[in-house]
Design a protein around this ligand. Structure first.
Ligand SMILES: [Zn+2]
Length: 258
């Protein structure tokens, strides 16, 4: 699946699970965690960026091009160590991304910012990075630095409007990264066996596009990455994400006022 498509499916998945706004007379999300509207919006921003994290193993992906030489070197190193669609595309990696987010989020690291006062810098940093990644993948702004400016604004905005990040931030990272795996699972290349690093490989005669010789699994409803079906699905997800986000924003005027 393409970077922008991963990003928007992360937004849509988060809105479906955490959202509660009414769109066209229907409740648009499952409201699983009883979050406030500003927490739902903040989580959507985080899930959008987190949906790009597994492609940290791909030197050509959005994530590689987001932080100049540093992220390029990082993605090249991960790609060499894990291969593309390897270790970072597993449930274990989702657990690791989530644990890392929970750890940084939990650091008691307060920084005084002019006008805003004291903020939790760990959470603000995470939101800044993931917001910049999502902004870049969705091509909402162009250029190298502008996505980071948007990311920083997002990080500071979240620090003010949804300061209790203890639950929704790691949850949004988990939802975003998991959505990435689902997206790749739906294409012909698939993802590693779910219990990776314990991989069950099929006997030769049972190997199929669904359970491949390598042990990778796929439910290739979308065909090859970047197919017309993938574009169509993501057009629908974009519509859903835009409508639900707008309806949630209308319930959280404090986000708009700032
Ligand atoms: Zn991927």
């Amino acid at each position: 699946m393409m970077g922008g498509h991963h990003a928007i499916s992360g937004t849509a998945a988060w809105m479906a699970l955490a959202g509660s706004a009414t769109v066209l007379g229907h409740v648009s999300g499952l409201d699983l965690w009883d979050l406030s509207p500003s927490q739902v919006i903040a989580g959507a921003v985080v899930a959008t960026g987190a949906a790009l994290l597994p492609d940290i193993d791909h030197p050509g992906a959005t994530i590689a091009r987001s932080g100049g030489g540093l992220t390029k070197a990082l993605t090249r190193a991960v790609s060499r160590a894990a291969g593309h669609r390897g270790a970072t595309h597993t449930l274990l990696a989702v657990v690791a991304f989530t644990a890392l987010a929970a750890f940084v989020n939990g650091l008691d690291w307060q920084v005084r910012v002019p006008v805003l006062g004291e903020i939790e810098a760990g959470a603000a940093l995470l939101v800044t990075i993931l917001c910049a990644l999502g902004t870049r993948a969705l091509k909402t702004v162009e250029g190298r630095l502008l996505p980071w400016a948007v990311g920083l604004a997002g990080g500071l905005l979240v620090a003010v409007t949804a300061p209790d990040t203890s639950f929704w931030l790691p949850a949004a990272v988990a939802v975003g990264a998991l959505t990435h795996l689902v997206g790749d699972l739906l294409t012909t290349d698939g993802v590693p066996f779910p219990t990776w690093p314990l991989v069950a490989k099929p006997p030769k005669r049972l190997a199929s596009p669904l359970w491949q010789r390598s042990g990778d699994v796929a439910v290739p409803l979308l065909g090859d990455a970047g197919s017309a079906r993938e574009w169509l699905l993501c057009a629908v997800l974009t519509g859903y994400a835009v409508l639900t986000t707008a309806a949630t924003l209308a319930m959280a005027p404090e986000v708009l006022v700032l």
